[in-house]
Design a protein around this ligand. Structure first.
Ligand SMILES: *Cc1c(COP(=O)(O)O)cnc(C)c1O
Length: 394
């Protein structure tokens, strides 16, 4: 089995570049150049240097002793929560901004839902002194005020998307429109393993630093490179793609992808795409997505803003279809209690997205000698108000 993208941009039957003709030159420029550029020594030197000195990599692979004894297995946490800006997203935005510079682009656009990708993009634009415009649904701007403030402090312009449901997919439409109108000087930074080819592959490669480090760190700690399980949450799927990447071809490493079941898979308020999704096209890519009978994208729901996405990237649709990864959907309630459990057993407050991955420890039985890695995609600071409301800490 092959889990790498093919030269047409497909993972099995998923992926590709289903884009309007007017976007073709932009995407084609990127497709022809991304791989050439990112394998050069000068790119890699600058990328690795920034990951080390700016992001703070390598992030620790931490043996969670009390959590391990609670679940009677060996649990390691990959601490992406310790990255600069609080999550894995910065690995990707650093990679894309270096690529944009090498392509001679001077203006950066992005779309954001919860604001996390917008903040990661605004951060690297400030770092490189590039103009930054972030499209965000009008409703999301109201819901995510602290992240809007962060982006503005970092020098970005936040432009409201006022059409449709005024959320992420509408912001995406605005960003695409902008890119069509500004084909020469503008680079579009996408925040997950979604979008037309080559984005899913490009973002997977930038995030693959996560599994590369895991291999070295586990060898040092356990005398072997491969764990038995890797668990990661999936919104679009970038932290999971990064944590899985160097283990994809090694079927002894079991991969668990965790989606948000919201208030329950069949409650009508969920983001469990692998269960509820059907094949369709979103964001220029053929993948699984949640849609109505007549093919309109339905509004997803999760208590965690980062998992509140109506599709999954094409790699994950392929991992699901081939059964290479097991997909588990976790409710708001189970995620919140798993998050609180990590606080009390390890002194780490996780992002609510990451809490979904942690909830699998409660739901699935692992062997005493199994090595289980949970990718802790982000820290919980941004979610404090949600935790306060949910647990009534007044
Ligand atoms: C954005 C985000 C996610 C979901 O995005 P993926 O592309 O699926 O990784 C998960 N965790 C955190 C902390 C996030 O900020």
């Amino acid at each position: 089995m092959n889990y790498q993208v093919n030269d047409k941009g497909f993972y099995g039957e998923f992926g590709g570049a289903f884009i309007p003709e007017m976007l073709y030159p932009n995407v084609e420029e990127l497709r022809q150049n991304y791989h050439k550029i990112i394998v050069t020594e000068s790119f890699q030197t600058e990328f690795q240097q920034l990951l080390k000195d700016y992001v703070g990599r390598p992030t620790p692979l931490y043996f969670a002793e009390r959590l391990s004894s609670k679940y009677n297995t060996k649990i390691y946490l990959k601490r992406e929560d310790l990255c600069h800006t609080g999550a894995h997203k910065i690995n990707n935005t650093i990679g894309q901004i270096l690529l944009a510079k090498r392509l001679g682009k001077t203006r950066i656009i992005a779309e954001t839902g919860a604001g996390q990708h917008g903040v990661a993009t605004a951060t690297v634009c400030a770092l490189m002194g590039l103009e930054c415009i972030v499209y965000m649904g009008e409703i999301d701007i109201k819901r995510q005020a602290p992240n809007v403030a962060r982006m503005k402090m970092l020098g970005a312009e936040v432009r409201p998307a006022t059409s449709g449901s005024k959320t992420l997919k509408d912001a995406t439409n605005e960003a695409i429109r902008d890119w069509i109108n500004n084909p020469f000087d503008t680079f579009y930074i996408i925040g997950s393993v979604v979008g037309p080819h080559p984005y899913p592959d490009m973002v997977s490669k930038f995030q693959s630093i996560i599994s590369e480090e895991i291999k070295h760190q586990l060898l040092e700690k356990e005398g072997r490179e491969n764990p038995d399980y890797i668990i990661a949450c999936v919104g679009g799927g970038s932290n999971a793609a990064g944590a899985f990447y160097h283990f994809l071809e090694d079927e002894n490493v079991k991969l668990i992808a965790v989606e948000a079941a919201g208030k329950g898979i069949n409650s009508g308020e969920s983001a469990a795409t692998s269960v509820l999704g059907k094949i369709g096209i979103i964001h220029g890519s053929k993948t699984l997505l949640m849609q109505s009978d007549d093919g309109q994208i339905t509004e997803p729901y999760s208590i965690s803003a980062g998992l509140d996405y109506p599709g999954v990237g094409p790699l994950h649709a392929h991992l699901h279809q081939t059964k290479r990864a097991e997909f588990i959907a976790v409710t708001d309630q189970d995620a919140m209690s798993a998050g609180l459990n990590l606080c009390k057993t390890e002194g780490i407050i996780p992002a609510i997205e990451s809490s979904h991955a942690l909830a699998v420890l409660e739901q699935k039985k692992f062997g005493k000698n199994d090595i289980v890695i949970v990718n802790l995609s982000g820290r919980g600071d941004k979610d404090l108000n949600t935790y306060i409301d949910y647990f009534n800490y007044k």
